[in-house]
Design a binder for this molecule. Structure first.
Ligand code: AMP
Ligand code: MG
Length: 340
């Protein structure tokens, strides 16, 4: 793809942003989860350009972003009642529903699967752009494939400047990890990726929810998780990561005793003084899981600009949104986890 000059747009530029989508261009879109790399989800060519800009494997499908529940029937069929219980409670918001797709959804979006991921982002300006463009926006996260997802326009430009037509800057993301992905084509519904809507919240609405194996462990070579993206080593900083799980005082002590001269540390705010002389990325207080979610990707990104040989991380707990934070961190570590 030829280098283009990436325009910086603001929430006042809805018309310009919508015109870029209509004309088959690539647009960085703000959402509450992470910044996305958007294009017209019904335009096969525009969708191919997303894969090229990211260097994304062709077998990893994209999510279709819509402005409201009314658009579900345009692109999905055999929609169970449960879908509407969920959209009523969690849309607009960080929940992607996997549903049977209608034929007008291009194969490029679904990577040939018979299903499609549907999401309605909480970010109002992005919903306005979709309405104005009058087409769903297909978007994966706005990072180069394999890098941490961007949680600000600046982070996204680090990867995408010159590769996309424009980016719409609506400030930093309020959730900070990608959407929860729930497969509604199976019984019981299956959590494919933990995110901003928690497992506990889903269980309150649905009763039983199965958790896909790929959420909690490394996929063996050749194993196929239901969300194709979960098999890739995502969110990887350049230096290897070791996650240490357990009581925060114990994990801090364990790391201090074992770290090397050039080790970096991801830790809770309360412990940042423990690792003097080492690059430290605090991710928030022990009990503030929402803040940990907002900061985890920035912490991982930060180490790519620092001279570290390896990275140690104190593990958050895996209840609530902590399941999403630990999933991203464990994946960054290739599931190299030590329990103390
Ligand atoms: P990203 O937004 O970059 O995290 O990418 C979208 C995620 O949604 C990837 O992990 C995909 O594998 C997943 N996904 C998209 N569509 C489907 C689908 N039809 N079935 C299962 N997973 C999907
Ligand atoms: Mg992604």
């Amino acid at each position: 793809m030829n280098a283009v000059e990436t325009k910086r747009l603001t929430s006042a530029d809805v018309e310009t942003a919508a015109a870029i989508i209509r004309s088959g261009g690539l647009l960085g879109i703000p959402t509450e989860t992470v910044y996305g790399l958007g294009a017209d989800g019904l335009n096969q060519e525009a969708v191919h350009a997303i894969f090229r800009a990211k260097g994304r494997p062709q077998d990893n499908p994209l999510i279709l972003h819509v402005p409201g529940t009314e658009w579900l029937e345009r692109y999905c069929e055999n929609i169970p009642d449960k879908a509407y219980d969920l959209t009523e409670k969690f849309w607009p918001g960080p929940l992607t529903l996997i549903l049977p797709r209608k034929p007008q959804v291009p194969d490029a979006v679904t990577a040939g699967l018979p299903t499609v991921g549907m999401r309605c982002p909480a970010c109002e300006v992005t919903r306005l752009v979709i309405q104005k463009a009058d087409t769903p926006i297909a978007a994966p996260s706005g990072n180069t494939s394999g890098r941490p997802s961007p949680t600000s326009a600046q982070d996204m430009l680090e990867d995408m400047d010159g590769k996309i037509d424009a980016i719409l800057d609506d400030g930093p993301c309020s959730v900070g990890v990608e959407s929860t992905i729930l497969d509604l084509t199976v019984t019981p519904p299956r959590l494919l990726r933990p995110g901003g809507v928690t497992l506990e919240e889903l269980e309150e609405v649905l009763g039983e929810v199965a958790v896909d194996d790929a959420v909690r462990r490394l996929m063996a070579p050749g194993e196929q998780p239901k969300a194709p993206g979960m098999k890739y080593r995502h969110y990887a900083p350049k230096a290897p990561v070791t996650v240490v799980k357990g009581d925060p005082d114990m994990t801090a002590g364990y790391i201090v005793a074992r770290m090397g001269e050039k080790s970096g540390v991801i830790c809770f705010d309360e412990f940042k003084g423990y690792f003097r002389g080492h690059p430290v990325e605090p991710i928030g207080p022990v009990h503030d899981q929402a803040e940990q979610a907002r900061r985890i990707f920035d912490a991982l990104r930060a180490f790519d600009h620092l001279e570290v040989t390896d990275i140690w991380a104190q593990s958050p707990t895996d209840d609530g949104i902590g399941l999403a934070v630990t999933n991203r961190l464990n994946k960054a570590a290739g599931f190299h986890i030590i329990e103390v």
